[in-house]
Design a protein around this ligand. Structure first.
Ligand code: SF4
Ligand code: SF4
Length: 82
């Protein structure tokens, strides 16, 4: 069964600029990050990218949903109050 019409990647930053109303922000501990890419794959806003020692999050568009924290098997991401 072809699911491609049903399953699609979220539009990058579909929620618009969320920095002003986000309650929590994901913080990455670079030392724990294995660069597995799970957070990049599952972020519904598509705002995580490879960068430096770990990953980079574009906080202008991150909505603080916490999906990245949940899918990080290294526990390298924590959600901290804004
Ligand atoms: S899911 Fe966790 S370990 Fe994997 S790239 Fe993201 S922060 Fe790093
Ligand atoms: S909290 Fe994580 S998964 Fe959710 S939008 Fe921000 S970077 Fe993406």
């Amino acid at each position: 069964m072809d699911l491609s019409p049903i399953i699609s990647k979220a539009t990058v930053a579909s929620a618009g600029e969320t920095g002003s109303w986000r309650n929590y922000r994901p913080a990455v501990t670079a030392d724990l990050c294995s660069k597995c890419g799970n957070c990049i794959l599952y972020c519904p806003e598509g705002v995580i990218s490879e960068g430096g020692d770990s990953v980079e999050i574009d906080y202008r568009f991150c909505k603080g949903c916490g999906v990245c924290k949940e899918v990080c098997e290294q526990r390298a991401i924590e959600m901290i109050p804004e």
